[in-house]
Design a protein around this ligand. Structure first.
Ligand code: SF4
Length: 224
């Protein structure tokens, strides 16, 4: 498929999803540091459990880099217990808090003023922050246009028949970023809508009859 056709297909998917699910207005958080913490806690966790962990952090007045530095690893782990992998995630939060204090005086504006490539490299250098978490932070906390790739996105794109030649994160990201307008709001809503679709109908066992994309989906074409 040429670039123009891919672009048309991606926009078609977006408009169908928007008509079906309406804008999602992500990320559900009160301020950027909460988004960063949420992006780490949501690794391999259901969002409802992340919310419980964030509620605990807020109740303990621990939702700031300085407060996280003051708490011990086991204290942070106890607060974020509901979201699973709490010891590993506590270490990630402590590492993030140390890094933000050491290099940016806990000032996210100083961090987010960096250009996107530099910001991405900076975030990837923090312990426990991988590509998906980094891009979630860049898109939803720093409001810069990068496309977030997660397992839901890969599953949907593969089933529809738009999978890139390579299975790498960067290849999936390039599929969107090379074929869509560079637009933060578009990337924000598109990712959120793909998550909606995956949870609603494009599950492990898909409910294709109920899916608004079935008329353009290769998987559905094959099983019908
Ligand atoms: S038609 Fe089925 S496989 Fe295709 S996107 Fe919809 S739910 Fe997923």
């Amino acid at each position: 498929m040429d670039n123009q056709s891919v672009s048309k297909a991606l926009l078609n998917i977006y408009h169908r999803l928007m008509a079906r699910y309406e804008p999602q207005y992500w990320w559900p958080a009160e301020e950027p540091f909460e988004i960063i913490v949420g992006a780490i806690l949501t690794q391999s966790a259901a969002w409802r459990n992340v919310e419980k962990a964030i509620t605990n952090l807020k109740a303990a007045r621990a939702l700031s880099p300085e407060a996280l530095r003051c708490l011990s690893l086991s204290e942070v782990a106890a607060l974020i217990h509901p979201c699973g992998y709490y010891n590993a995630k506590a270490l990630k939060l402590k590492s993030l808090a140390s890094w933000l204090g050491k290099y940016y005086d806990d000032n996210l504006n100083k961090l987010f003023i960096c250009n996107t490539d530099h910001l991405r490299r900076q975030l990837l250098s923090i312990y426990g922050i991988g590509q998906e978490t980094t891009d979630s932070i860049i898109l939803y906390a720093a409001h810069k246009p990068v496309f977030v790739i997660d397992a839901y996105t890969r599953r949907i794109i593969n089933r529809i028949g738009l999978a890139p030649a390579s299975n790498s994160y960067i290849a999936y990201q390039a599929l969107f970023m090379d074929n869509l307008p560079t637009d933060t709001e578009l990337f924000n809503e598109y990712h959120a809508l793909l998550v909606c679709l995956a949870k609603d109908v494009c599950r492990n066992r898909p409910l294709c009859q109920q899916c608004g994309l079935n008329s353009i989906c290769h998987f559905y074409e094959m099983v019908e």
